[in-house]
Ligand binder design. Sequence first.
Ligand SMILES: [Fe+2]
Length: 291
Amino acid sequence: MELVPLGPGFGAEVRGVGILDVATDTDAYKAVRGAFEEHSLLVFRDQPVADDIQVAYSRAFGPLELTKVSSVGQNTFYSRLTNMVDGKVVAPDHRQILVAKANALWHTDSSFKKTPALASVLTARVLPADGGETEFTSTRRAWERLPVDLQSRLKDAVATHSYANSRDQIHPDLATDLERKALPPVRWRLNWRNPANDRRALYVASHAYAIDGMDDRDARQLLAQLLDEATRREFVYSHKWRQGDAVMWDNRAVLHRGRPWDYARERTMVRTTISATTADGLDEVRPPVVH
Ligand SMILES: [Fe+2]
């Protein structure tokens, strides 16, 4: 296996080992798992992209998340991110376009769920000629750049995340009543320690909106500052998708966002998501219950 660094201090392209190898061979899995813990973002080119291979690959890393209510193909392992419905590209005001716009906010997948995500795997199925890149930044790097006094202030700080908070920034009806009920706010520490290497990462997202013990306006301001600093241009890797790409990222240690494209052109991607477990540091990021 060869790892080619992607650029801004994190991320690597994996060569010599493919997603099918990981699904079928323990040694290949161990090598890729090590690369994942170290580099946070892995890019595989020219892969045999198919739903069953993607699930077999993803399953090697842990339990898979089921898609949430109101998703295309809800309650499956496959989250289909597409602007096609019934064989046609949807209108510009369609829900699927709003979903794409919400994906364009910097976020980490599933921080609004009761069990957040360890990792996401995204494969390209149909790509537009231009645009639709996915951008990534390392929140591990962002944490390491914080002044020591801010790090110690944030070490035990707890933020509240909700799905509605990010969706409401796009359109008041984007989060449905069903989703609001199914996805009540959840609280996480503002940093996540990776037990594999002891490195901490800032755990923030567009889903976060409050910090325990802090005035709401101050909390929003601090969260926005942290997000801005983490996502400064020079720290961002922009992934230009090619057919056959499979990309995996560590939701504990990177933020990502989708970029716009000409929404009149088809773009279809498939995501599988791996839930975090105790072995991934989940118990530490979960704050004590407040009575
Ligand atoms: Fe995402």
